[in-house]
Ligand binder design. Structure first.
Ligand code: AMP
Length: 362
């Protein structure tokens, strides 16, 4: 395993807030970052030592970028596979395109979970309205239809209730391929973030509890207030998935905790994975000695992975465009750590920043 020394340059694919916070953590360890993105307005550009602007289809720009850095990671899992291949031809790419191929497709993701013995909602992959109609004949309602690709924050998702026609659901979903999932009557939604190095060393952050509003993460509570045995099971699932995928970097696993075990005796089901820093891990910047972003940098640089050591309990809230008016109160609150991403255009529903409230000793 190669270990990077201070001064080595970390390349980041994607210029959003996750890239920005990765670059800030990298800078603290002496690694300048070079971001590849589409506009110099993107949040990461202001805190990176260098940036390359280019389309994901611009192989020449991607090649120059890859040759200018010592390792590449990413902050957006939907970077096209061809762009990943262009980068990986010239430098180390962590996580690999193999991991990304699975994480970009909800169908592959769930099939992979089943292969490694991780429970999921019952699902079937459908390629047309006819296939959906047929699947719905034997599928209990309500059900959820999701586009297998490019869906996030609830986009490309339809809840199919009694009486809803397959054609309407298919049109609303808007994708070329869908995954029809049983509706899970979950008790809680949690997530676990695992960091893993090339030599297989790994650490997991404690399971946290996530609350959504309008399909967007509203609040994360750390730690999750769940049975410790279920938290351990969730952690084992995340570690197992990261190991089987040979992830180098971070793997976030989002899971459902059921009120009562299902007919297979499962109480913890995987919903989806993201091989990158995650919104539900932002609390770690202020409540842990080593944040998810620093852990990512350590993992890809071959540095020691520290035990995730939270010193404080925490509640993280996203600040959307419509919430910006609350910032003066946050900035005056001694228990609050305010993070703004420097986005110029506030819009309703757009993530502009987050705030972490420290809630006493861990
Ligand atoms: P996803 O994009 O898959 O993370 O879904 C967004 C949100 O929709 C999740 O955080 C859940 O709150 C909800 N959701 C997704 N899949 C299901 C399901 N099979 N059953 C019930 N709720 C779901």
């Amino acid at each position: 395993m190669r270990t990077l020394t201070a001064g080595s340059v970390i390349g980041i694919l994607g210029g959003g807030q996750l890239g920005r916070m990765t670059a800030m953590a990298a800078a603290r360890l002496g690694f300048p970052c070079h971001v590849f993105c589409q506009s110099d307005d993107e949040p990461a550009v202001a805190v990176c030592a260098a940036h390359t602007l280019g389309a994901w289809s611009d192989t020449e720009a991607l090649t120059c970028f890859a040759k200018a850095v010592d390792v590449v990671t990413l902050e957006w899992e939907n970077v096209p596979l061809a762009a990943l291949d262009a980068v990986a031809a010239h430098t180390a790419l962590f996580p690999s395109a193999t991991v990304l191929r699975i994480a970009q497709d909800r169908g592959l993701e769930k099939r992979f979970a089943c292969e490694v013995g991780v429970g999921t909602a019952d699902f079937v992959i459908v390629h047309s309205v006819d296939e959906l109609e047929k699947a719905l004949e034997s599928f209990p309602r309500p059900a959820i239809l999701k586009s297998t690709r490019m869906g996030y924050d609830g986009r490309g998702q339809v809840k199919i209730t009694d009486g809803m026609a397959a054609g309407d659901a298919w049109a609303q979903m808007g994708g070329e391929e869908g995954i029809l999932e049983a509706f899970v009557a979950f008790d809680k939604e949690i997530s676990v973030i695992v960091a893993r190095r090339e030599d297989g060393a790994s650490v997991a952050f404690p399971a946290v509890e996530n609350m959504h509003r309008n399909h967007i993460l509203f609040e994360t509570q750390a730690p999750a207030l769940i049975d410790p045995a279920l938290a351990q099971e969730a952690t084992d699932i995340a570690q197992r998935m990261a190991a089987h995928l040979h992830v180098v970097g971070l793997l976030t696993v989002e899971l459902f905790i059921l009120k009562t075990p299902n007919e297979k005796g499962q109480s913890v089901l995987m919903n989806e994975i993201a091989p990158r820093p995650h919104n539900s891990g932002h609390w770690t910047i202020d409540a842990c000695l080593c944040s998810q972003f620093e852990m990512l940098v350590r993992a890809i640089a071959g540095l020691p992975l520290l035990e995730a050591m939270p010193h404080s309990k925490a509640v993280m809230r996203n600040i959307l465009g419509e919430d910006l008016g609350r910032c003066p109160a946050y900035v005056a609150d001694p228990t609050a750590a305010l993070h703004l991403y420097g986005k110029k255009e506030p819009r309703d529903g757009r993530k502009m920043g987050h705030v972490t409230f420290l809630k006493g000793a861990w």
